[in-house]
Design a protein around this ligand. Structure first.
Ligand SMILES: *Cc1c(COP(=O)(O)O)cnc(C)c1O
Length: 412
């Protein structure tokens, strides 16, 4: 179905929809891959950030592994060509059938988050007569200095096992012949903007590695998770995150034996800037003190502002040079939290205008909801490579693309 070349005009395409700049995605993946390779690091793409087929295919082409948080994500990754040995499986509440499925596929390892889970994994492995590869996810009690709802590495977060349980978990791995210990896993949070949390993580991980003699238990992998931030306030200045700087920083502060394989699980930083949510203004309503632009996308297509007060840059596509006014950009969903942004200064908005909500490549489409029985918004893809474009779409990069290009793109 992706091969149907169906040229149509922007105006005839129903909003809302997600628009992905595949050129930017490619450059981002390439930059991340090369920066990691320079330090012999391996990246597993955190699939939950965006699970669209075309995105997964592109990630796979760039030789990344994947980090999955459900059996369905593992299935989808395998169906998109990822090899089982390149899959890691995390999650605080894996079901027995998910664990059994992961083991049956012989993925690289399950990142185990508690003693109880470790025992469940061992029991399931025994029934299946195989050895379960596990890494232990430790909660390092490090402040990721990010929004509290996307912080995962503090003692009062539900994720990982507390450090005081690690020795017991290592002993279980050692004694139980149905477990095969692979190494340690950490993930302290998401949208981490400053260097300090990553430096602290490196120090803590190195310290734990040596203190517990992780290699003496057969550990050969240190997985530092994801969390690298993107610039939501200025998505165009540096649309590709500074991966070289990031991996350089890690390399500098990590002190572990050189034969230990270091993994990362990047999600947001690989895909966020490649996506835009395109929405149409349905009504402009003048309140007592405010102007509301009511658009046809809402929290059902982009949950982040409602869920954690996230900021997304919003621009008007067809700038018709009107006077600048302040608008609250709100969705149609019956919830007062269905607000994308408040007091956004934009040239005068009228019914029918198109707005672009930027940085929607991560945690937007993958978090979409059917609340209010809304239809799921489709995705379209922009290419600057004529061969790809012929197959599915346009001929230039989105960020630099002139208005006319929107007259030519095709349906999925
Ligand atoms: C969500 C998640 C990630 C990805 O986080 P980003 O901030 O998108 O890089 C990595 N590892 C685990 C275990 C996760 O749950």
């Amino acid at each position: 179905m992706n091969n149907i070349y169906n040229v149509c005009q922007l105006k005839t395409v129903q909003t809302p929809y997600y628009l992905y700049d595949m050129f930017l995605l490619k450059s981002t993946l390439e930059s991340a891959y090369n920066a990691a390779r320079a330090h012999n690091f391996k990246i597993h793409y955190a699939v939950k950030a965006n699970t669209e087929s075309k995105i997964l295919q592109e990630v796979n082409k760039h030789r990344f592994g994947v980090d999955c948080v459900s059996a369905n994500e593992i299935k989808k990754a395998i169906n998109h060509g990822f090899k089982a040995k390149d899959i890691v499986f995390a999650g605080v509440g894996k079901t027995d059938s998910e664990i059994a499925f992961a083991l049956s596929q012989q993925i690289f390892c399950i990142n185990c988050e508690s003693i109880e889970e470790l025992e469940v994994i061992a029991t399931i492995a025994e029934k299946m007569r195989l050895k379960a590869p596990v890494a232990l996810r430790v909660n390092p009690n490090i402040d990721a200095q990010t929004h509290q709802k996307i912080s995962t590495g503090l003692e009062d977060n539900k994720f990982g096992m507390p450090l005081f349980e690690l020795q017991q978990a290592l002993d279980i791995c050692c004694q139980n012949s149905y477990l095969q210990f692979k190494g340690l896993h950490f993930h302290i949070g998401s949208q981490i903007k400053s260097e300090t949390p990553f430096i602290n993580l490196c120090k803590k991980a190195s310290e734990i590695w040596h203190k517990f003699g992780i290699e003496s238990y057969g550990g050969s992998v240190l997985n530092l998770g994801g969390g690298l931030a993107v610039d939501y306030s200025d998505p165009f200045n540096k649309p590709v995150p500074e991966f070289e700087h990031f991996f350089g920083l890690i390399s500098k502060h990590l002190h572990i034996p050189t034969n230990v394989k270091v993994f990362f699980e990047l999600g947001r930083s690989l895909v966020a800037q490649s996506g835009t949510l395109v929405t149409k203004v349905l009504y402009v309503k003048k309140g007592l003190t405010k102007n509301f632009a009511i658009v046809d996308a809402g929290m059902t297509e982009l949950l982040r502002p409602a869920l954690y007060q996230a900021f997304h840059k919003i621009e008007k596509f067809n700038n018709n040079g009107g006077a600048i006014k302040n608008y609250d950009i709100v969705g149609p969903v019956c919830e007062s939290s269905d607000v994308f942004a408040k007091n956004v200064a934009l040239p005068e908005i009228r019914r029918g205008d198109i707005l672009m909500v930027r940085s929607c490549g991560a945690y937007a489409q993958s978090m979409s909801l059917r609340y209010n029985l809304r239809s799921l918004a489709p995705a379209y893809y922009l290419h600057n490579n004529p061969v790809d474009a012929l197959q599915d779409h346009v001929t230039t990069s989105f960020n630099t693309c002139p208005d006319y290009i929107f007259n030519f793109f095709s349906l999925q």
